[in-house]
Ligand binder design. Sequence first.
Ligand code: PLP
Length: 444
Amino acid sequence: MSQNRKSEELYKQACEVLPGGISRNIIYRKPFPNYAASASGCYISDIDGTKRIDFANNMAALIHGHAHPEVVEAVIQQVQKGTAFTLASEIEVRYAQLLTSRVKDFEKIRFVNSGTEAVMTMIKASRAFTGRPKIAKAEGTYHGTYDFAEVSQTASPANWGDINEPKSVPVAYGTPQGVLDDVVIFPYNDIERTIAILDRHAEQIACVIIDPVPHRVGLLQGTNEFILAIYNWTRKNGALLVFDEVVTFRVNYGGAQENYPVTPDITALGKMIGGGFPVGAIAGRTDVLKVLDLRQPDLKFPHSGTFSANPVTMTAGFKTMELIDRNAILKLNILTDTAISQIQEVIRQLDVPVSITGAGSMFRFHLMPVPPTTYREAYQTIEVRTLINELFDYLYFNENILMINTLTCMFSTAMTQKEIDKLTEGLFRAFKALKPKLEELQKK
Ligand SMILES: Cc1ncc(COP(=O)(O)O)c(C=O)c1O
């Protein structure tokens, strides 16, 4: 570890002042995390001098990679004019116009500061609109850390219960029983079971939350039939269909929702729309979002946030989204498809039991020959998790490739065929080196 001496030393100091030495669990790796020094485009350098290709892009938040010159220039100009005011700013209106013109069904939009806050605001708006207490969400989905939104995100064989009625499993110790009672859990993409479960709570459900390509479920795409069935159920039962597109907005020009024959009533956004800065937003039907309109005599959902729509985030987001037009999304998705084809070829050549799921500019590896179709199938045992970590470390240390620690790649427009070839070659060596272990895993 001597080549990571500076990171090792800094982590020791970090442990004195930060719980576990970190501020977000995702960046932790044993025995200590590396510390970033700088990043540009699709490359990131750490304080020990190693430069890596960045396929994580801050957990899908950086659609143009790091420090895009036009975004940087716009942000510098805004910072010099002030970073946050107790006044509205013009850029917030301009950015709202840009995003609402991008998606026909985004009639109104409200900005917040994170994906977690966006999902929380979406849930509270749904409750305020319908006057109902419960929400329904899929087992295993990650929607941020709001109490209600995180239920069953980490459900495991030890606690998930019968698939016909999955249990509401707390993530954090101390989660009140009342929270669990108000979250209805269903199995993603399983129409029959889901409708039966929803029916049992029909009059109490404010909204059904769908992530169209949920990363933690396995980066599986919601099927047309499933989304349509849920949409129809919500129409019949007076509930809202709400989408979490915090990650998946990158999938098409108008988000992953463009792939479906129905539109959600509200959509939560985040990550890439902040252009590298903290952000969240909810967008959707005017009549629903009226619950936030303080001009109403019976304001149903008073809502505020000190840094919401701050001009730095709005400026970075505006520039970023202007640059990621329909053509840029198409190009990025084609590049990602090329990468997947090259990697599929590697998997075939080496004959390793590995499969790939994903959509648009994102994909994830699974250590099984056929891709999983459900959360419970995709669930990683300790043995799987250990081998995934080994693969991650091989790529990270031997190939200078950074992925998300589930072995997921989120592409950026800064990438070219050169980086894809490096990824393919790196994966070839990694899969080859670990082939005996990959095969052994299948026998367990
Ligand atoms: C689908 C989804 N929703 C919500 C969130 C929460 O976003 P944030 O980390 O900005 O709070 C995330 C974060 O990874 C996410 O992946």
